[in-house]
Design a protein around this ligand. Structure first.
Ligand SMILES: NC(=O)c1ccc[n+]([C@@H]2O[C@H](COP(=O)([O-])OP(=O)(O)OC[C@H]3O[C@@H](n4cnc5c(N)ncnc54)[C@H](O)[C@@H]3O)[C@@H](O)[C@H]2O)c1
Length: 447
């Protein structure tokens, strides 16, 4: 058990994680170099993150303690969780620069106070980083591995919007270690924090690679689904949704991440794929896999552009409304959002773009609308980027509005003016009357 824990880096993962760790009863000392963020966290307790369940942890009577420096943050703690950015470099690998910057200060404290720490890296790192960069850096400061410091690599598998649930109910805990002492300590801690946790103790490089391979498997599933979507695209008597649902029923495959929809996006999946590619390149491993997965993803975006062009040419649409501009619900993050890419494409075609997004505070070129109702009034087509409670009134306008439900959130049997496929347009042209031209066609029903 740890009684005193430090958390360095209080961003989208670090702050919820610090709050989660506080449920262990340990004293949690926190530090982030962004003073404005810390001020905001002290005032709004992470409200800006929109993470479901965060509030319960905030109110667990074990408040986080904010410190003004790394030295203050770690002075009386036993384990240091480091959750800082590891931005992608141009070659696709992750930079350890921020981690090293922090370790530099941690090393000074170790040298000065003659204290040992377990240093737990939660940031995603390039496979090989711990042994080739992180440990050698600390050794270059005159410290001895597994004597003056103990390193753990312990990335969490979380998705924005469900970070708390993912922290509380992980499928398993992934831990890379080279120290029996540190491995035992963290295992004991997690055994007290979780009920019967599945803990995978691996060597560093195995754990670093596992983290990447989990995410690249997910991108593969998404690209596979979009490949199936392309295969089915031109057949009026094939429903891509039904085909994929059926494929997924095979338990060797599973139904998760098996939807014909949009490209993968967000802060993790796209960059993890590039990182794996770089790892293979560095180690002379033949790998056409990463390129293919990414190519299908790029094609998926291109296909969205093609549909938009068709909407403009055939149906003379003048306005387009996004329900959600970020990449998913319950997050202010919009990294790699395909809706934003589509927004730019629409604007290049001089189509007026509106959006209603209850989470984004950033300014965009499209016009922000403050209610679902207003958005539906202003837009020829409504694009449902993701499902969210704020968009529930969509049920009421399903018969009047043209809704592009990319991810089949509302199945085609429930809605009759939902567009999914280009072939629907062909059908529309032949089946609708002259004065009905601005209506996007009924989605076909198969079987
Ligand atoms: N967000 C996720 O869903 C997620 C999931 C899995 C893994 N990760 C990984 O976790 C790491 C952090 O991701 P994030 O999304 O929380 O990033 P983030 O950008 O939201 O937060 C990082 C925080 O670190 C702080 N920071 C930067 N430099 C610092 C320094 N020198 N000292 C102290 N604090 C510093 C920043 O101010 C920021 O608040 C990344 O490696 C990421 O790949 C994130």
């Amino acid at each position: 058990m740890f009684r005193n824990i430090s958390v360095i880096g209080l961003g989208k993962l670090g702050y919820p994680m610090a709050q989660f760790l506080s449920s262990s009863g340990a004293k949690i000392s926190c530090y982030d170099k962004n003073e404005n963020l810390v001020k905001e966290l002290k005032e709004n307790h992470g409200e800006h993150l929109h993470e479901i369940g965060l509030n319960n942890l905030v109110n667990n009577n074990n408040d986080l303690i904010f410190r003004d420096s790394i030295a203050d943050c770690i002075v009386d703690t036993e384990i240091i969780y480091i959750t800082v950015p590891t931005p992608s470099k141009l070659d696709g690998s992750f930079s350890n620069e921020v981690i090293i910057e922090i370790l530099d200060q941690v090393a000074d404290v170790i040298l000065k106070n003659k204290k040992t720490y377990i240093i737990n890296i939660n940031s995603t790192v390039q496979p090989g980083s711990i042994e080739s960069e992180i440990i050698p850096f600390l050794e270059s400061k005159g410290l001895i591995n597994n004597k003056n410091f103990y390193i753990l690599y312990n990335p969490y598998f979380v998705a924005l919007g469900s970070v708390i649930r993912n922290l509380e109910e992980p499928d398993y805990l992934l831990i890379g270690s080279s120290s029996i002492y540190a491995a035992k300590k963290i295992t004991k801690f997690y055994n007290s924090l979780y009920k019967n946790p599945k803990i995978r103790l691996l060597k560093f490089k195995e754990a670093e690679l596992t983290k990447l391979l989990v995410n690249t498997y997910l991108t593969t599933k998404i690209s596979y689904s979009n490949f199936v979507k392309s295969v089915c695209k031109d057949f009026d008597d094939i429903s891509d949704l039904r085909v994929l649902e059926s494929v997924g029923l095979d338990t060797r495959i599973g139904t998760k991440f098996m939807l014909p929809g949009g490209p993968y996006s967000g802060p993790c999946l796209p960059r993890d794929n590039l990182s794996l590619k770089k790892f293979c390149l560095d180690n002379n491993i033949q790998n056409s896999f990463s390129d293919e997965v990414q190519k299908i993803n790029n094609d998926t975006i291109e296909n969205l552009y093609k549909v938009i062009s068709q909407l403009k040419n055939q149906f003379k649409i003048k306005s387009f409304g996004f329900l959600g501009l970020g990449y998913k619900s319950n997050t202010q993050c919009f990294e790699e959002s395909y809706s934003i890419k589509m927004m730019k494409f629409l604007e290049s075609l001089n189509i007026k773009v509106f959006y209603y997004d209850p989470y984004l505070s950033e300014k965009f070129t499209a016009t922000k609308i403050n209610s679902f109702e207003e958005l539906t009034l202003k837009s020829d087509i409504i694009f449902l980027s993701y499902v969210d409670q704020h968009f529930n009134p969509i049920i009421q306008v399903k018969h009047e509005k043209n809704i592009w439900d990319l991810w089949y959130h509302f199945s085609d049997s429930k809605f009759n003016r939902i567009y999914h496929k280009v072939s629907d347009f062909k059908k529309f042209q032949t089946q609708t009357s002259e004065n009905d031209k601005n209506v996007i066609p009924l989605n076909k029903k198969v079987g």
